[in-house]
Design a protein around this ligand. Structure first.
Ligand code: NAD
Ligand code: MG
Length: 298
């Protein structure tokens, strides 16, 4: 591996500045159809045994950020269950194959997390198939850009909240009976929690809620030996962005207004999740780890 995460290199030039062509995919998008393709660490993430024997459930683990986390967790020694929508079978199969190639168990669980019962069933299925659970990554997300609050339908507002924050509540509640001391919950939030994009009013509001939920819950669970943290990505090149997550005219310049000057590739997020999942972060609780190419955060 020449471009792995452990090699000394210039972060500015580690990946090229991409200029994605205008493109549209129905929601949720597929990594398989993303132009240009993103790096999930397939050829670049090097494992060092940091999650040996762990059992992880990752929602939205079929593509983008969740896929890069799934690959990294498997290379660090974990068995991994991924949840995704049924239309994402192609992406999920590719990631499941990569997990299996590491000699780890891959469990594929097509589930719409915008319903409470589905979240409960998801956790039970993951626990059954993995033989337990000690890492929960709440990463599934819905992001539909709209110019004005008047363009956000009541249905969109409701679905965004159900997918992004209600699902987190339902999934954590169901998982708690299975999580032993030493377990880790990691929630994907966003730089939008502090710098809300005017075109992402509903989405950004859920991300603010996720930060708050993470900090409150971490205090509840600290004495039980369960750590809760969040990762806040900046602009990462994933299918979310082309399935109406961004206004189309913004795509060619996606990520270039960051101090680093380029969009992130999903695998550049994986080490943050590995760190928060593993015991090396035993004293880290209620933290939001920002991985955003240098944008200042509170
Ligand atoms: P992505 O499209 O690859 O992943 C999002 C996933 O969410 C999809 O793969 C899908 O499986 C899942 N999902 C959506 N609705 C669902 C539902 N109802 N039920 C079950 N699963 C559902 O895009 P991504 O960018 O990797 O997004 C992952 C997370 O990262 C999201 O929470 C997103 O808000 C967050 N995030 C992304 C960026 C970015 O720039 N890409 C920035 C900040 C935060
Ligand atoms: Mg997907």
């Amino acid at each position: 591996m020449t471009n792995d995460q452990l090699t000394f290199q210039n972060p500015v030039t580690r990946y090229p500045k991409i200029e994605p062509p205008k493109q549209d995919q129905p929601e949720p998008g597929l990594d398989a159809d993303l132009k240009p393709h993103a790096d999930h660490g397939e050829d670049t993430y090097r494992g060092t045994g940091r999650l040996e024997g762990r059992k992880a459930l990752i929602t939205g683990g079929d593509s983008g950020i969740g896929a890069s986390v799934a690959i990294a967790f498997a290379r660090e020694g974990a068995d991994v269950a991924i949840a995704y929508l049924p239309s994402e079978e192609e992406d999920s199969q590719r990631i499941a194959d990569l997990i299996t190639k590491e000699g780890k168990k891959a469990v594929a669980l097509p589930t719409d997390v915008s319903s409470a019962q589905n979240c409960r069933d998801l956790v039970e299925a993951a626990v059954d198939e993995l033989g337990g659970l000690d890492i929960l990554v709440n990463n599934a997300g819905k992001q539909i850009a709209q110019e004005s609050i008047e363009d956000i339908s009541d249905e969109q507002f409701d679905e965004t909240f159900k997918t992004n924050i209600y699902a987190m509540f339902w999934t954590v509640k169901a998982a708690l009976t299975h999580l032993q001391p030493g377990s880790s919950i990691i929630n994907t939030t966003s730089v939008n929690a502090y710098l809300p994009s005017p075109t992402l009013l509903d989405y950004a509001t859920t991300k603010g809620a996720i930060n708050n939920f993470t900090k409150g819950l971490s205090q509840q669970l600290a004495s039980r030996g369960i750590r809760v943290n969040a990762v806040a990505p900046g602009p990462f090149w994933t299918p979310l962005q082309v399935s109406d997550g961004q206004p189309k005219d913004k795509l060619p310049k996606f990520g270039t207004d960051t101090p680093i000057g380029r969009a992130g590739q999903p695998t550049e997020l994986a080490p943050a999740y590995v760190f928060l999942a593993s015991s090396e972060s035993s004293y880290v609780m209620g933290e939001t780890l920002n991985v955003n190419g240098g944008m200042p955060t509170p």
